[in-house]
Design a protein around this ligand. Sequence first.
Ligand code: RFL
Ligand code: PHB
Length: 393
Amino acid sequence: MTVPARTQVAIIGAGPAGLLLGQLLQLRGIDTVILEAKTPDYVLGRIRAGVLEEITVRKLREAGCGERLAREGLVHHGTGIAFGGALHRIDIQGLTGGKVVTVYGQTEVTRDLMHARESIGAHTVYEAQDVQLHDLTSTTPSVSWLKDGKRHTLHCDFIAGCDGYHGISRASIPKDSIRSFERVYPFGWLGVMADVPSLPELVYAHHERGFALCSLRSPTRSRYYVQVPLTDTVDQWSDSRFWDELLQRVDPLTASRIVTGPSIEKSIAPLRSFVAEPLRYNRLFLAGDAAHIVPPTGAKGLNLAASDVHYLSEGFISHYRERCDLALDGYSQRALARIWKAERFSWWMTQLLHTFPDQDSFAPRLQQAELQYLISSETAQRLLAENYVGLPT
Ligand code: RFL
Ligand code: PHB
């Protein structure tokens, strides 16, 4: 398919943020072209998020991607918190007046969005190398990229930077026009995927050996994580070492339910909190991981990407359909208000459940007190549940 020389919104990045934005705009008659540095297989090969808030599910439905999600997504009404040898259940649905989360892998979200885009014949350029953003301060910006030994140029009205934390979009904003706020944690998560029967609900475990998480992708595919030092590498973790460590960190009941087996994927991800402000530089708008990172403990990254896209798509739609720029002008402020609340929750879950090296003897006692308070207070559980299902947009 030849790429046109002009589009309305050029989108950088075909992760969930870029694909969802593209779909919501195309379906409202707004033309988009997506430029992605990698191949579709590479994008689909990244194993990441698993828990979707209701707003994310709603947006995916709106994007025409609700069918398989309704069939295969697993609705979860509660989640486990394990510590001190016991498993405690947070009744997410009961504490939030009926809200739930849906377990459906990011890989599947991305696959559905890719198919939906393909089926409406919208343009996506994969393996677009050395993407550059031009004339961002003019009303006629453009993007260019290298492919098949040639530089191509696309003129547009706006650019949506949906190219993740390491992308070119945020890096193209002059340093004095953007501020960043960052917290780096002194550990990472080692994640393992295995085709073994999964637990019926997620379990977040705190243990003196470190955090662990039991998650899933389907009744027969499990996803588990353990906190590891940043210096660890995947080859130091044989399957048997991983299972042995996981079983020590969860409560005995959960341990007795876990089925072990050969891993089909294993990777280590560092944990970070990061926000860039504002989310706009003239004709360039940032959304998703390009604008912010949360540690995965609160399961908020993909969901925040979806809520950014919700606000940003509303902005573009009212610009093109109603000739009104109020929503576009308010995008950064509106999105940041929700982003910071998710940053706070993700930081809170992270500090509640992990072990921190080099801290004084006071901190673990506070952590124990907070965990005890959480399991003994319905009010404390409600706070967790309300944030976990996602705050209103
Ligand atoms: P992505 O997914 O990083 O996609 C960005 C895309 O942009 C492309 N790109 C470029 N394209 C062109 N030119 C360039 N110069 C480019 N530079 C980059 C990239 O190739 C890529 O395809 O960002 P997006 O779309 O904003 O989506 C964000 C989510 O991927 C992320 O927030 C979540 O995965 C975070 N996350 C979780 N979020 C949840 O909501 N629930 C969870 O349960 C959850 N678990 C997780 C997670 C992230 C994890 N890791 C590995 C960081 C668990 C883990 C372990
Ligand atoms: C996952 O299934 O990958 C997952 C679930 C919950 C989290 C983070 C990751 O908080």
